[in-house]
Design a protein around this ligand. Structure first.
Ligand SMILES: [Zn+2]
Length: 258
């Protein structure tokens, strides 16, 4: 089993470390795929070599040792438990109305999962800025500067994560900023997250496919349904498209960022 390791807790610096399942263990029993499947991840920090994992293992078995016992059993477990009832209906491929609290809870879960996953690539610099980690820990939700979308997914990977981070220079004044995006697939549900420190640049102008709903900042109530849904290719194109469009709005990757 692949194990991802950090020396101190990525959230609080605590040293009494604890291993956390990247995808919730309870879900392994509820999904249709019970055997060994491919689990893949792709992380690319501008200026660093892309880190790619693809391994055969039991989906949902992946653990990351990047948080302390106190965070894992405290506020993180609170988010996990709050999200579970929403996922339970979705994992049985039933539609689900998502009101404000549901959108907030799922957005927090998606960010927590993205952080735990991407922490394994944080040797020099994390994809997700520290400010987003502390906001989640302190308030139990993403900051208002972040965006989270949800979609239905019908691809070949029951547990999948992609992460991109780009260190960028603003076209106008050359100021360095960072933008990042992650995609997390969980059974029939996929999340896409986006954050940036570029002032005055919004994500509003980005056109979204019909199978995508935004859940953060919170939108009006809607029903998540298993159809229409996206394939593996569409999921990847969704993420790449957001980043490409963002670059065209006024930021470009640095040639090198150590
Ligand atoms: Zn901690």
């Amino acid at each position: 089993m692949l194990s991802l390791v950090a020396r101190v807790c990525i959230f609080c610096g605590g040293t009494k470390m604890s291993a956390e399942h990247v995808w919730p263990q309870w879900a392994a029993k509820r999904v249709a795929y019970s055997g060994v499947h491919k689990v893949r991840s792709y992380a690319h920090l501008e200026g660093h070599q892309a880190v790619e994992h693809e391994s055969d293992q039991r989906a949902y078995a992946l653990k990351a040792r990047v948080v302390c016992e106190s965070c894992n059993n405290g506020w993180m477990s609170k988010i996990e438990n709050a999200a579970k009832p929403y996922f339970e209906t979705m994992l049985y491929a039933r539609g689900r109305e998502l009101h404000k609290e549901g959108q907030r809870t799922l957005a927090a879960w998606a960010l927590k999962t993205s952080i735990v996953w991407t922490a394994s690539y944080a040797k020099e610099r994390s994809v997700i800025p520290t400010v987003d980690l502390s906001h989640l820990r302190d308030y139990g939700e993403p900051s208002s500067a972040m965006s989270v979308w949800i979609a239905s997914y019908d691809g070949s990977h029951p547990a999948v994560a992609d992460a991109y981070g780009i260190a960028a220079n603003h076209k106008e004044d050359g100021t360095p900023y960072s933008i990042w995006a992650t995609t997390v697939g969980f059974g029939p549900v996929a999340f896409h997250l986006f954050g940036s420190t570029v002032p005055g640049v919004t994500i509003e102008s980005i056109r979204l496919p019909a199978w995508v709903h935004r859940i953060w900042p919170i939108q009006k109530t809607f029903a998540w349904t298993p159809r229409p849904c996206c394939t593996d290719e569409q999921l990847k194109a969704w993420m790449d498209g957001v980043l490409q469009q963002f670059e065209s709005l006024g930021v470009q990757p640095l040639a090198s960022q150590a």
